[in-house]
Every structure is written in C-alpha cells, then in structure tokens.
Design a protein around this ligand. Sequence first.
Ligand code: FAD
Length: 470
Amino acid sequence: MSKKDNIVIIGAGLCGSLLALRLAQRGYKVSVYESRPDLRTTDISAGRSINLALSDRGFKALRLAGVEEKAREICIPMYGRLIHDKEGNTFASNYSGRENEYINSISRGDLNGILLTEAEKHKNVTIHFNTKCTSVDIENTIVHFKSYITKEEFSVDADVVFGTDGAGSVLRKSYYLEKKFLFSYSQNYLTHGYKELEIPADKLGNHQISKDHLHIWPRGQYMLIALPNLDGSFTVTLFLSYDEGEYNFNNLTSEEKISSFFENEFPDALALIPNIKDEFFNNPTGALGTVKCSPWMYQNKTMLMGDAAHAIVPFYGQGMNASFEDVTVFDAILEEYEGDWEKVFSVYQNARKEDTDAIADLAIDNYYEMRDHVANPLFKQKRKIEMDLESNFPSEYFSKYSMVTFNEEIPYANAMKKGRAQDKALLNLIADKEVTTSLDMTKEELKVVLKKVQEETIEILEEDKVAGLK
Ligand code: FAD
C-alpha cells in the first residue's frame, strides 16, 4: 500500500468528514461523495437533529484532528438536566459532582461545516456534493454514483472504500445483497419516533429558560427535551409513540388534539413554543432505531464506520461521540499497522465491536431512565448520593454516566459493566436502608458508603463473571 492509495468515503456527515480530514492529514488521497448539497451554503437541516450533545469522546477525536478549539468556540455547556414536572416546577440534576464535567450543545450543521472546511484545506481531499452512491461492487471496489446536478451515472474505482453514509448505508446494503460472505445484521426500531419543535429567543435575543441545562419533561410514555442554541433559541424534541397510548403520532391529527396534549402534559413548554401547530404538522417525524452488524469490513477493501456500522438511539447523547471515537480508535490502529489494510480492518473491528454494542445497549437503557426514572424518588436519591460521592471523592468515584460521557479512556463496554454493577450496589444499599439521603451526609459517612459501594460492586462483578454475564 502506498500513501497514494485512492480512498473513497461515502457520506460527508459527521463521521465521514472527520475521517476524511484525518486520512488527509496522514497523506492519503481522499475523495468524498455526499448525496446532499453543501450544508455550508444550503439550509438542509430539516428532518435531522439540529443540535447535539458533544462530550469527551467526541472532543478527543476532534483534538486528534486539530479542530477541538474550533468546535469549543461554538459549544454551549450544559451542566445538568433540568427536570420540568406537570405543575411547572423544576429541579436540577447535575451530570457530575466534578465541576469540569459537563456536556455541550452544538449545532450539527456548524460542526459538520467546520470539519468539511478543515478537510478541504488539504489538497489531497476532494468533496463531491449532490452525488449519491447507488451501490458498491465490493469484490472489485467499484462505487457507483448518480449526480443530482447532471443526472449522470458514473463509477469510481477505488483502492479502499469507507461507508460513512449513516443508518441507511448503501455500502451495508451491498454487503447483504452481494452475499460474498456471512453478514449478520439487525435493525430494531423503537415504538417511539421524534419530532423537532422550537422555543425561539426572547425579543432581546436571549434564552427564555436556563441555557446551562438540558431540559427534560419526562412523562412516562412520552418525553420532551430541549437543548440550547447560540442564537437564543432551543431545539425541542418530542419523543412519542407512533400508535400506543392516549396520545400518539397517529392520533394527534388536529390542532385541537395537539393543543390539548400539550396543555395537559407540557403546559409550561407550550407557553414557550408559539408555532407549535405549524411545526407539529410541517416538521417530519423521525424513526429511532439500533443497527448492529458484523463484520463491518470486506477483506482489505471496504469498511463501515459511524452510524453505518452501529446506529444507536439518541438517549445517551453518544451516537456522534461514538462515531468520532471510531476515528480515534481506527487512527491508532492505522498508525500501528499502516501498509496492511486487511490487518488494520480486522484489528479495528475486534477492538471496537464490543464497545459499540455496549453503547447501543446503554442508549436503550437510558431511554427508559429519561422517560420514567429521572423523576422517580429512588432515582433522585441515587443521583444525590452519586453527586456527593463524586464531589467528595473526585478521583475515587465515577458514576456510570461519568464513565460513559466524561472518561474517554474507559472503553464503553467496561463503563457499562462496572456502571451497571455500581448502580445495582447503590440501589441495594438504598433499599436496605444502609444509606439515607434525608440528611446531608458528612464526609466520614460518605466514606463508609463509598467503601460499601466499592465492595458490593466487586462482588456483583464477580457474580456476573461466574454466571457468564459480560
Ligand atoms: P450521518 O450524520 O447520518 O451522516 C451520513 C452522511 O452520509 C449524511 O451526510 C448523508 O447525507 C450521507 N449519505 C447517506 N446516504 C448516502 C449515499 N447513498 N450517498 C452519499 N452520501 C450519503 N449523537 C450524539 O453524540 N449526541 C447527541 O446529542 C445526539 N442526538 C441525536 C438526536 C437525534 C434525534 C438523532 C436522530 C441522533 C442523535 N445523535 C446524537 C446521533 C448522531 O446524529 C449520529 O450518531 C451521527 O450523526 C452519526 O454520524 P455519521 O456521520 O455516521 O452519520
């Protein structure tokens, strides 16, 4: 393999543009093909989440490519959740007891734009917009395209092809259509979809509710969340069943029904969303699903990355972060085995699959946690103890959320195993009344709790090992 290898990347979304940038920095010749127009010059936000939560795994990858600071400039820190009940009361729940641990709201379009601009600064990168990949001949590494501008169909002969074309990946489709190897694939949809709405800025251009929080209106069967934007607005996302329960996407078909749903369930949010009816009818309803598949690669020729390999539901705020982390992990393996794509691909898949499966499962767990548990008294007690442990013993206690979100050196699978055992240990202690949150505990009392949690976590991990659970 020479550095002049002709690399084709299908999809210039978040993962594809970061991958293009990193491979260009390594000296490869990279051609990127993106079905949409250039988002830096066209407004194409409709239908996809407008803003996202960026956290430490994402930052690590951006740092590797030298764009962390540029991204930080357009971030709004969110230090915790602000939970809204039906009566309009709110309570805050920080993400961590350590002050330097917070997540960041960032515009998908602006971040993607930064990555495209940085990638294009390299002479060895060419990005072709409005060009859809229609299929891939994986045996001969020939990629077929259609231009939306000229309507012309053409093919590109590549040395190596990366499919970063998102959850509906054409490369992944070519894997199971071509039947060249045993390809395992699952796609599981939630019964819930999502719709985006907007809380505009006030007349002075300021945020109408705290911009320091990710807002949640948890209602069991449905949920609203809101993330701040730099222009003073919030992007609000409604998660709702398609066809179950009293209110669902299929039966909210009239203005009256939408009003009564929001008046009953989210009255304080309703007061802040002036165009709710237009937005509800005109904005698309998106599906939420998990994609797992294996292998991601075919020989030394093609590789799936990002959502194309492992789309997950958005409830841990980790899909983009995980897709960026793919680039970090891949880059380290490329560094070690450069010159042998087959080795690079197989080592990468072995190193990464368990972790992306883990974050997929954690994201599903968090779907229930955000919908139901965040307002639950037991959950609140547990979070309070965790906050106290983290602030009093910052280098000794890390909650599952902290390990997943802020500890980029802990692989997702390890964070999941330890985090789940720790959660179980804490809930056992609360159930057995061995800890109480009715009074603030002294540091000495907390130290005792820490020791008990640590011991019980080890026991649970041992039991799981014996039972063969991963
Ligand atoms: P994508 O961003 O989907 O990019 C794929 C690109 O490929 C697109 O530009 C597309 O136009 C292009 N493409 C597709 N097909 C073709 C084709 N045939 N030919 C050429 N180009 C093609 N993640 C977080 O980390 N934090 C969050 O807070 C968060 N919130 C989310 C909220 C919602 C509602 C959703 C749905 C997702 C959220 N995610 C979040 C997940 C995140 O959006 C994805 O994980 C991330 O976008 C994956 O990046 P990607 O580049 O792999 O795929």
